[in-house]
Design a protein around this ligand. Structure first.
Ligand code: KIV
Length: 271
């Protein structure tokens, strides 16, 4: 695809024009190339890599080195999409200095922006990162890095007072300088009210149809992850089944002596 690169200001412009923003996660160069070629606007190198790629139970064990490694790979594969890298647990919460230094490393690894979870408690870090030229995406609602405090992955902001608090948090992030806000697993009313209240685009995940864009974990929507898939996910493919079928056919062929075939193929492809 030879379209021009998606830049941070383009997302606000899309909100202004009423154009929906399509975001998917990516963790490696091959997948980044495929999703980018399909026209996805933003590739999020999510710390969900810990669960769907690295085999952890949650995102907390993911390190900055893990995120640097996967961000470099995605940046090599993406040519049009905006690459946003998640800041992992404890890489931005301890001090503003840490946040700026670690965000800078993710940008040096190829991200155009970083994403952080939280509201007013991290507004100081968001402000400083944006002041030094690092675009920041916020993340409110269900914040997986706070899973222990939340007591599980529960829907957020359903009661009226919680919705009001969510709108206040979103406004605080906007004042601090975020260019977009992910709203994860919040009530649809809450997502609608936040989206109306802020000038920056909201990107929903399990937050209903009224956000300015949507994000899904690519391994969930492609049917590649064989663990728990949240009920709001629409699966556009069943790649796990396809991979299992192909691997079983290959194994059967090897055991039965059907592969490799006796006649040499005309062309030798690279392994
Ligand atoms: O890590 C991730 O994939 C995310 C999305 C679920 C928004 O933060």
């Amino acid at each position: 695809m030879s379209e021009t690169r998606v830049r941070v200001p383009d997302l606000r412009e899309k909100k202004r024009r009423g154009e929906r923003i399509a975001v998917l996660t990516a963790y490696d160069a091959t997948m980044a190339r495929l999703l980018d070629g399909a026209g996805v606007d933003v590739l999020l190198v999510g710390d969900s890599v810990g669960v769907v790629v690295l085999g952890y139970e949650h995102t907390l064990p993911v390190t900055l080195d893990d995120m640097l490694h996967h961000t470099r790979a995605v940046a090599r594969g993406a040519s049009r999409a905006l690459v946003v890298a998640d800041m992992p647990f404890m890489s931005y919460q301890v001090s503003v200095e840490d946040a700026v230094r670690n965000a800078g490393r993710l940008v040096q690894a190829g991200a155009a922006a970083v994403k952080v979870e939280g509201g007013p408690a991290i507004a100081g870090a968001v402000r400083r990162m944006t002041e030094v030229g690092i675009p920041v995406m916020g993340h409110l609602g269900l914040q997986p890095q706070s899973v222990h405090q939340l007591g599980g992955y529960r829907r957020q902001a359903v009661q009226r007072e919680d919705i009001e608090a969510l709108v206040e948090d979103a406004l605080a992030l906007e004042r601090a300088g975020v260019f977009a806000i992910v709203l994860e697993a919040v009530g649809h009313d809450a997502a609608r009210q936040v989206t109306a209240a802020v000038g920056v685009p909201t990107i929903g995940i399990g937050a209903g149809p009224d956000c300015d864009g949507q994000v899904l974990v690519s391994h969930d929507m492609l049917g590649l992850f064989d663990g728990h898939i949240p009920s709001f996910v629409k699966q556009y493919a069943r790649l796990a089944d396809e991979i299992t079928r192909a691997a079983r056919a290959y194994t059967d062929d090897v055991r039965a002596g059907r592969f490799p075939e006796v006649a040499q193929p005309a062309e030798t492809k690279k392994s």
